[in-house]
Design a protein around this ligand. Structure first.
Ligand SMILES: N[C@@H](CCC(=O)N[C@@H](CS)C(=O)NCC(=O)O)C(=O)O
Length: 282
């Protein structure tokens, strides 16, 4: 069994919010993840929703700011929140900017040195972390969904689009929708994958993945505040138009006056947990 070390444990809404550390093989460093165990697990196993946070976040942002535990306790689902990048590697330039390197792993598998050995958040989230969670907690294996915010909303879409049967449902708050076209995305894709001419960007861009998607249509639940200060980075219209062109089903919720922050997420996260619970519990 994978060795995990408990960092904190707090009772909340009848369940328990815990944080663990473990040595990640994919990332080559110690990683933290947060896990909420709902009260229903006193009686048995539960499905899991994975939450991927945005730029500058750690495993702590969602559990401290979104109020997700209240809804997870109501629906009897486990919530797992990983960190957003490897930590403590001291790679050159890793801490130089807030939108690249530490805190900005972009949930992809890097191919460019020096990032390609450790910046493998995609494999971590879609494989290693699932194994660690399944081995240590009362989860129903295979009953998992994924959601996230901003960089993590994009990560959730990419993880689901690349693995059409791995997750029962996917949703995203204010996701970066077309990273090849926005400044945050271009910087990350160039740094981790090399220049666009190498041809790798389209494998890690949700809008491009919808264009090349082959499986059964997968519903994408996209949530977006109309007062989001980063709309020019996120480009939801590119994803939505591509979904229309390719008959990929979407639920698009535009939230009047809401910005990019966790105040916005906290307001609507209950709807997302209910949406995933419906897919996971049927
Ligand atoms: N530092 C950036 C903003 C970074 C940002 O908004 N990060 C979002 C995700 S993209 C977040 O969740 N921040 C952490 C928080 O609000 O708790 C800026 O100054 O423009």
């Amino acid at each position: 069994m994978t060795a995990i070390t408990k960092i904190t444990s707090n009772k909340i809404f009848g369940g328990t919010q815990k944080v663990f550390a473990h040595d990640s093989k994919e990332l080559g460093c110690s990683m933290r993840f947060a896990i909420f165990i709902p009260p229903q697990c006193d009686q048995g196993k539960a499905p899991v929703i994975y939450w991927l946070s945005g730029l500058e976040c750690t495993e702590a942002n969602c559990i401290q700011k979104s109020g997700i535990q209240r809804h997870a306790a109501e629906h009897g689902v486990i919530i797992v929140c990983p960190d957003t990048s490897p930590r403590g590697l001291n790679l050159p330039g890793e801490k130089d900017s807030w939108d690249f390197g530490e805190g900005a792993g972009f949930y992809l598998d890097a191919t460019e040195a020096p990032w390609n050995k450790n910046y493998r958040m995609y494999s971590y989230v879609t494989s290693e972390l699932i194994d660690v969670v399944n081995a240590n907690f009362p989860v129903i294996p295979g009953k998992q969904s994924i959601m996230g915010h901003s960089m993590g909303g994009h990560g959730a879409l990419v993880c689901a689009l690349k693995n059409p049967t791995l997750y029962k449902s996917v949703s995203a708050f204010a996701p970066i929708c077309n990273p090849s076209q926005g400044a945050w995305g271009k910087k990350a894709l160039e740094g981790y994958l090399g220049p666009q001419s190498k041809g790798l960007w389209s494998q890690w861009d949700a809008t491009e993945l919808v264009k090349s998607f082959k499986g059964d249509p997968m519903e994408l639940f996209i949530d977006q505040g109309t007062a989001d200060q980063f709309l020019s980075q996120l480009l939801p219209e590119n994803l939505i138009n591509t979904c229309k062109d390719t008959q990929m089903p979407t639920i698009l919720k535009m939230r009047e006056g809401y910005d990019h922050s966790y105040y916005y997420i906290a307001t609507f996260i209950g709807e997302h947990v209910a949406y995933h619970a419906q897919h996971l519990c049927n």
